[in-house]
Write a protein that binds this ligand. Structure first.
Ligand SMILES: [Cu+2]
Length: 168
């Protein structure tokens, strides 16, 4: 591996770093706990991230977007009961009232990581950025973990193989 950096690239990187510093303002009132990404078999191209969000501020806020370098697309999802069948739906935002919290957990709200750029291994750290309605962002890393499917009865079925909506 070459260790030198071309001058033009060096300038480009410096500019990028400046742009990130000036644009990415830490969303102070928002805190993230217990973030994790579901480990999936290498054939799976999608996975989900779970966490607990707390709004410790005095005003309401909402998470309106998310992104991760680990996936081509990151979406906010929820599960809804449609005639007794749980289906995933993309949601426009995850609202957090002042002093409130939201749990992203299997069977409910989650971040959907779609078209993973590389297979994820247990123990890997995945960078995730949440975008608020105020345009503030919060970036953190979440470890890849094995996460059991909730609801029992499904444990005998290898639900991770299709890489699709049943993966979580
Ligand atoms: Cu989903």
């Amino acid at each position: 591996m070459a260790h030198f950096v071309l001058p033009s690239l060096r300038y480009a990187l410096a500019g990028m770093a400046l742009a990130l510093v000036s644009h990415s303002v830490l969303a102070q009132p928002l805190s993230v706990e217990n973030a994790k990404v579901r480990a999936v078999p290498p054939v799976s191209t999608n996975t989900a991230a779970f966490m607990v969000l707390h709004n410790r501020g005095d005003s309401d806020l909402a998470v309106v977007d998310a992104r991760s370098p680990a996936a081509e697309i990151t979406e906010l999802h929820n599960h809804v009961d449609v005639d007794g069948v749980m289906q995933m739906r993309r949601v426009a935002e995850i609202g957090l009232p002042a002093g409130g919290s939201a749990e992203l957990a299997p069977g409910g709200l989650h971040l959907m990581l779609i078209d993973l750029v590389a297979p994820l291994h247990e123990g890997d750290e995945v960078e995730i950025t949440l975008v608020l309605d105020s345009d503030e962002t919060l970036t953190f890393s979440a470890p890849v973990r094995r996460i059991e499917v909730m609801g029992g009865g499904m444990s005998g079925k290898d639900s991770g193989q299709n890489g699709g909506h049943q993966a979580h």
